[in-house]
Design a protein around this ligand. Structure first.
Ligand code: HEC
Ligand SMILES: [Cu+2]
Length: 468
């Protein structure tokens, strides 16, 4: 290659480039950086903001009304931010100037707006952002106060817009940053009030009456029953520091947030930026409030996120999982070291609502038996044992039970009403109490069908009609 460039000319070019660089730097000095907020869907948290200057942050949010899954077989018309419940999580930095764009999808039936608790100003932006279907609004605010804030729709009737799913979290990352962690997750608790009782299948309308009396059919994390369980569980590795950004959308209940098998190393109570308590078991999260909890996971296992108002967890859905993988540490936790029988009163009965399957109009034998198996394992096995073998002298066997096999209608009555007083099963006397379990007719039919088709019993089916 031939370099025929004049060395004087090269110097001039270098000087010119340097001067233009200075000029650009000078013009930009004092000018804000502008960026678009990266919104994330639960349980994902937007990335840490690494910049140290204030910026103008543009948030683009859309309200849309969608039909979605509330529980297995149960659907609901959710009113949403961003098509999900909770709405997307927003992260800005203390001092940022936020330019908020709210678009209401043309298919919406309702006007919507947003009240961000992070806003200093009238209604948290509510009136400024009120938007009819097919329109878009814009307003701006300065993120003066760091912390974790709920946002929600505040269009009349406010309770109904919140009850239908319109809430989420905005985190204003403090200038004086929180300690670094390895994993961050976004969790929002809320309740749903449906016309049908918990588990009743189909598209369920909102019940204003239940909302006013504050008796929800569902209490859930991240918008639906089971949104954080099994393959949808959040994860961590032994030794990692985990931070949960937890919100409570309400509309009514206060959450007693607890993680079974963990202790919060520190809690930023009520979503403030002060780690004001250490070693916390359960933290209160008010409706329309939040908390930040930090903990290190020391041993592998499945940690269970719950609202410790515990019937909500096992009967209404507020159950999530954090799966921790890694090396065992028997020094911290041994696992089971012994297993002996101890049944003075009989164990408690617990049924997980997530296991109630939708009622289809016609079901195959396999579906009925599968449903029965679920009911058996969650309700009956606590007393009659996993394989129906019972416990001698206390809980009669269902396997090859002459009492059961002799009379189907009598068995139905046992499940409908409970049973007490002396009976004889396979030559052994029992005089104990089987409680009335409040199962539906369908559950009784399927669990009895299952039992009759197990463990050497006579293989008959029980129909819902017979139970009635
Ligand atoms: C809290 C413990 C408990 C639970 C839960 C329970 N049972 Fe029982 N069950 C008993 C006891 C105790 C008896 C005997 C009552 C007596 O002595 O009069 C019994 C008796 C029976 C009998 C008649 C006796 C026999 O062995 O054939 C049947 C059938 C039966 N249970 C079925 C069920 C089914 C099905 C379920 C689940 C839907 C269930 N039970 C749940 C405690 C329980
Ligand atoms: Cu709304």
């Amino acid at each position: 290659m031939v370099n025929n460039m004049n060395p004087i000319k090269t110097k001039q070019i270098v000087l010119f480039l340097f001067l233009s660089f200075l000029l650009v730097a000078f013009v930009n000095c004092g000018k804000e950086t502008v960026e678009e907020a990266k919104l994330t869907y639960a349980p994902e948290v937007p990335p840490h903001i690494d910049r140290t200057n204030e910026a103008k942050v543009v948030v683009n949010m859309e309200t849309v009304e969608v039909v979605g899954r509330l529980a297995d077989g149960v659907e609901y018309t959710f009113w949403t931010f961003g098509g999900s419940v909770p709405g997307p999580m927003i992260r800005v930095r203390e001092g940022d100037n936020v330019e908020f764009h709210l678009k209401n999808h043309p298919t919406s039936k309702m006007p919507h707006n947003i009240d961000l608790h992070a806003v200093t100003g009238q209604g948290g932006g509510a009136a400024a952002s009120l938007t009819i279907p097919g329109h878009a609004s814009k307003f701006s605010f300065k993120a003066l106060n760091p912390g974790l804030y709920i946002y929600h729709c505040a269009t009349s009737p406010v309770g109904m817009h919140i009850a239908n799913g319109m809430y989420g979290l905005i985190y204003v990352q403090p200038k004086d940053d929180l300690p670094k962690v390895d994993k961050e997750y976004y969790v929002v608790q809320s309740e749903f009030y449906t016309k049908g009782r918990n588990g009743e299948p189909g598209l369920q309308p909102f019940s204003m009456e239940k909302a006013i009396t504050e008796i929800p059919d569902y209490v859930v994390f991240n918008g639906s029953v089971g949104s954080l369980v099994e393959e949808r569980a959040i994860t961590a590795k032994v030794g990692e520091k985990v931070r949960l950004y937890v919100g409570n959308g309400g509309p009514n209940l206060v959450s007693s947030f607890h993680v079974i098998g963990e202790i919060f190393d520190s809690v930023y109570t009520e979503g403030g930026v002060l780690a004001n308590q250490k070693n916390v078991q359960t933290t209160l999260i008010p409706a329309g409030g939040s908390a930040i909890v930090d903990f290190t996971v020391d041993v592998p296992g499945t940690l269970i996120l719950v609202d410790h108002s515990i019937f909500r967890t096992f009967n209404k859905g507020s159950l999530g999982m954090l799966k921790v993988e890694g090396e065992q540490n028997p020094n911290v936790y041994s696992g089971k070291q012994e297993d002996t029988v101890y049944l003075p009163e009989g164990p408690a009965i617990q049924r997980m609502v997530t296991e109630v399957k939708p009622k289809a109009t016609t079901k195959s034998k396999e579906e009925i038996l599968a449903n029965g198996a679920r009911v058996y394992q969650s309700v009956c096995s606590a007393c009659h044992m996993k394989e129906g073998q019972g416990v001698q002298g206390v809980f009669p066997p269902l396997a090859k039970s002459d009492y059961l096999n002799a009379d189907k209608n009598r068995a139905i009555q046992v499940l409908k009403k409970g049973l007490s007083g002396p009976i004889t099963v396979n030559g052994q006397k029992y005089n104990n109490v089987m409680p009335h379990l409040e199962l539906s007719n369908e559950e009784i039919a399927s669990v009895l069908s299952y039992v009759y088709n197990q463990w050497g019993n006579k293989g008959i089916m029980v129909t819902e009609q017979e139970v009635k």
